[in-house]
Write a protein that binds this ligand. Structure first.
Ligand code: ZN
Length: 324
């Protein structure tokens, strides 16, 4: 008796050929149901769940309240959301954490680490990672994965302990009480988020190759100094096959544009503002130690705020002409 509804659900969860094709067409963004699939959560329930977890994150993590930084990161995020399949409104916040990572909870509660902004070389690199996270929300990966877990008759709470050592490390590092099932996705979901994220950043006007560039940069950093990128590696394994797939998607699905946004002077300004803020905070922490230590910035320089790029704030975004 019990096997009948299970079979029916599995059939519903199987993707139809037509919807798969739409997913490969960036012109269809917004008109394709990318979040379809077995899901025990209504959108309302998903938003309520995300809100509750976001509350836990905000209690534990330090949120950057600098208005210039938060306005900018929110603006980049909302711009990508507008060019995505997401059906929920997003709130974007910046978390004070050195970990090069970002995570979006179900229902559109999106947290971007300061470590990610400081490591990104351009707005397009930052946007690439953000678009990937937005894709996880648009495709409802968190609640779909939780639903799959429940299908396997696994209660959702013990899943916290099922992320293994990597999962534990991430939770420790981020100080989070969010179950791993909402942070670490199956390989299939990762691949889908890569594909959708590339389409979102492309439609927003960014050069999609920036995603691959950043990917490769993080990979070589990790190879040089294992453990550096522990967090991003455990929740988003950066594999050669992901890089190859991303390059293939760009070549086959995204018609080359004459011009792309690579970076903006706003990005440079926010990055140096953030570097100053992080340095100042670090010096403040050491006040009682009688022995001030300078915090080393990711690029190896001691941040003193003198690294302003010298660009005119009104300058238009840097556009890269594609060699043809
Ligand atoms: Zn991911």
């Amino acid at each position: 008796m019990a096997s009948v509804p299970v079979l029916a659900l599995v059939l519903i969860a199987a993707p139809a050929g037509a919807s798969k094709n739409k997913k490969l067409d960036p012109d269809q963004i917004g008109n394709r149901d990318v979040g379809k699939g077995l899901n025990f959560y209504s959108i309302e329930k998903e938003i309520a769940l995300g809100k509750q977890m976001a509350g836990e994150v905000e209690r534990d993590a330090k949120i950057i309240d600098d208005p210039v930084i938060s306005e900018y990161v929110n603006r980049v995020g909302q711009n990508l959301v507008r060019n995505s399949d997401a059906k929920v409104p997003f709130t974007v916040k910046v978390v004070d954490s050195d970990e090069v990572n970002a995570f979006a909870l179900p229902g559109g509660y999106f947290f971007v680490n300061t470590g990610l902004i400081l490591r990104a070389a351009s707005e397009a690199e930052l946007a690439g990672v953000m678009a990937h996270e937005i894709a996880h929300v648009a495709a409802r990966h968190g609640t779909r994965q939780a639903s799959r877990g429940q299908m396997m008759n696994v209660a959702s709470i013990p899943l916290i302990f099922m992320g293994g050592w990597a999962g534990y490390a991430v939770q420790q590092a981020a100080g989070l009480l969010v179950p791993m099932t909402f942070l670490k996705f199956s390989r299939g979901f990762e691949e889908e988020a890569d594909l959708l994220g590339l389409e979102y950043m492309y439609k927003t006007g960014y050069d999609p190759t920036a995603f691959v560039d950043f990917f490769e940069k993080l990979q070589s950093l990790e190879k040089k100094k294992p453990g550096t990128m522990a967090s991003v590696f455990s929740t988003h394994p950066l594999t050669d096959s992901r890089i190859r797939d991303a390059q293939k998607h760009i070549q086959e699905l995204l018609k080359p544009q004459a011009e792309y946004i690579v970076t903006t002077s706003d990005f440079d300004n926010v990055k140096s503002r953030l570097a100053r803020l992080v340095t100042r905070r670090s010096l403040g922490d050491q006040k009682d130690a009688n022995r001030p230590t300078l915090r080393r910035r990711p690029d190896g320089k001691i941040g003193d705020g003198s690294d302003k790029s010298g660009v005119d704030p009104d300058e238009r975004p840097t556009l890269k002409r594609r060699p043809d």
